[in-house]
Design a protein around this ligand. Sequence first.
Ligand code: ZN
Length: 550
Amino acid sequence: MVRVKLDIFGCCCPKVWLSQRGPKTSRFPLRSALSSLQKKEKKMELDWKVCSRARLSRDPRFDGKFFIAVRGSGVYCRPICPSPTANEKNVRYFPTAAAAAEAGFRPCLRCRPECSPGTPAWIGTPNTVSRALRLIGESGLDGGVEALAQHLGVGSRHLRRLFIRHLGASPNAVAQTRRLHFAKKLIDETMLSMHEVAIASGFGCVRRFNAAIRGMYKRTPTQIRRLSRQTGSLPENQYLFRLRFRPPYDWAGMLDFLKPRATPGAEEVVDNVYRRSISFRGTSGYFEVSYEPSHNSLVAKVQFGEPRALFFIIERIRAMFDLNADWSAIAQVLRTDPLLAERVKANPGLRVPGCWNGFELGVRAILGQQITVKGATGLAGKLASRFGQQLSSANGLTCVFPEPEVLAEADIASIGMPQARVRTIQAFARSVRNNEISFEGIIDSEVFLDRLCSIAGIGKWTAQYVAMRALRDPDAFPSGDLGLLRALSLESSRELELRAKVWQPWRAYAAMYLWSRPIEGRTRRSKLHSPQGKTAPGDLVSQPEATAAM
Ligand SMILES: [Zn+2]
């Protein structure tokens, strides 16, 4: 038995020391962790207590941040499992479900670890691990560990060591657990055939899928579906998923942000439900998301004809609504600033709204420069209905936002925009079409910002705003924002960057809090400078008006 240091509560929270068996793939980090552990024996005692307290209180804020395995039963659970509490001496703690699975434990059928809110988006681990997790989330480690490591610019042995050290499991185990969990969710929550479940969850064939499910759950997929007690039936190609978050969650704040920016025809917010059309690899459909506080979850209803896309769609919805955020860790940092403490207290659970499609968000941000929210929303609606694919009416949605290939060549001046704005949108569309700007996979924030700002008409503010919502970097920060400067009575973006250091790595959340503060005054053009040293037309910086216009 060795002990591994696992920082699962984020960089700002108490370190937790967990006990587990070291996988054979990597011994070095375990040895190093062991010696480190011996130096900090007292700290370990304290951290055991943190884990134990969270388990005994069944605190939902810890859901997904660690898993509890019980010797004897051989089962691992979420911290919120309603099953009778096991004696502490029989319990082992793991930072990820994959680590518990690698140690030979199987998922509890009662609390269903596959339904936990997922690993926090930023867990205080090195950037490489966070990026690797995102890639595995997007593509399921299709190309293998070597390709993943190459993509990240590190050696595969080093990547494995990082995974073992910070997540307690190898990249393969993490990817396999994700596949299995998603398959289990599809078995439990949909009526897809087992063949469709196998394909949709990335197993490639039914034989591999059956073997993996039996190996993990000690039951066949059919036996698991019988246990799921599904009630009611859904129309063809419609699926219902419950997506968990760690409370609190400011749903009203999320809708307040999304509603005025909803592109008519392509998205809408009605009766506390967000709804939008989607297109993926030639198939179109829609989804709608509602709030279910009693289950600490959002409910996503997805209408889509290609089940293979479900994994992607669900992951994208989770990102769009910032469901992986570990709000209590974020609040702990932001509360230390007296200016933010009051906002954090008044508005618990605020998230950074992401987006369904980075290209669409970019176009929307460009359209929003120097005009009101209402004006920008109207223009976006015209663009969508004129150049987007038409849908037969589905819950009020009539079109899908146009693809970059279409906008790069379309006569978009015809919807009534200044020529300069038309040229900016078309240059942006061509860059995305030609893969010079990408929103998928691993993205270097600096390179991304430079590329966006190299397009005439896109200024630093617009680029930072797009990065904040599309790259889902919790530390992305629009330091050229006049509203933020005003809120802090500062003069320059340099001063703001210095002031914002204390909010790291959560500066995107700090910006959302400061924007949600009512600020008097009208929208004004920026006096700040773009990276090229010129005032850029994209820099519309007064908040909250400017944010509202995006
Ligand atoms: Zn359980």
